[in-house]
Design a binder for this molecule. Structure first.
Ligand code: SF4
Ligand code: SF4
Length: 247
């Protein structure tokens, strides 16, 4: 654009401008770019502030301009606040309320130790090496009973401070005895408590650990009581029908 066609914006308030030789002059500032208008407006605001601090009289336009800007900014803030007052609530008061889970939700594992042959396939598939297995001798499935026999499963543990809930451990299992469950919160008081010993849980007929919050809320919240009974009875929650619904 030729210089003659550049639109220039006058600024009504004189602005103090520092010259190259360190002098100051009061003269109207003319700008040719939109970005400069912002800088000049800020300079005009700073000039008003300086006047206020020195007790100099403000012109009437500045006085009412400040009031108008204050009311406008309060109105914008209140509009945003009121908009959220009438919107549908998206949070729930857990555990009294709960959201439904996706059909293929991957929560804390459920493990059937009586079907595990301790073949280590799940541990080898785990990308973070957080499955620990120990046995006294090889195990295999007894066709008559459908249960694992042979050596004793001394340890089957998962470290949930490392687990990614990726479900890669469930894919290669030849007996399909390890599942992704529907419980998702495993709060604990120490790092050691994040390692779940599933072989020990099996001795209590549990497939998955009982979270602290579940024990505390079972008396007062019906759905928590139902879940606690399910876990204590060793029932799996791996089908779509087991997925909790919104209440
Ligand atoms: S879910 Fe993934 S990270 Fe967790 S134990 Fe299984 S394979 Fe390992
Ligand atoms: S892959 Fe299955 S059978 Fe083999 S050790 Fe893991 S859980 Fe047990």
């Amino acid at each position: 654009m030729p210089p003659s066609r550049v639109r220039r914006w006058p600024v009504s308030a004189p602005v103090r401008v520092r010259s190259g030789r360190g002098r100051h002059s009061h003269r109207p500032l003319w700008t040719g770019q939109g970005g400069c208008r912002i800088i000049v407006a800020a300079a005009a605001g700073a000039d008003r502030d300086r006047k206020r601090r020195r007790g100099l009289p403000m012109d009437i336009d500045s006085y009412f301009g400040d009031i108008r800007n204050s009311i406008r900014s309060i109105a914008i803030g209140m509009k945003i606040t009121l908009k959220y007052c009438f919107q549908k609530t998206v949070t729930v008061q857990y555990p009294e309320q709960r959201l439904s889970l996706a059909p293929r939700y991957r929560g804390i594992h459920e493990f059937e130790a009586d079907l595990c042959i301790a073949c280590d396939q799940c541990a080898k598939a785990c990308p973070v090496d957080c499955i620990y297995i120990d046995k006294t001798a090889p195990r295999k499935i007894d066709k008559a009973t459908g249960k694992a026999t042979g050596g004793e499963l001394l340890r089957f543990a998962i470290d949930y401070s490392k687990c990614l809930f990726c479900a890669l451990c469930t894919e290669p299992c030849p007996t399909e005895c390890i599942h992704m469950g529907k419980l998702h919160d495993l709060s604990s008081y120490s790092r050691a408590d994040t390692v779940v010993e599933f072989a020990e849980l099996h001795k209590k007929n549990q497939r998955t650990p009982i979270p602290l919050w579940m024990q505390r809320n079972a008396d007062s919240i019906p759905w928590v009581r139902d879940e606690l009974e399910r876990v204590k009875a060793g029932r799996l929650a791996t089908t779509a029908a087991d997925i909790p619904k919104v209440k």
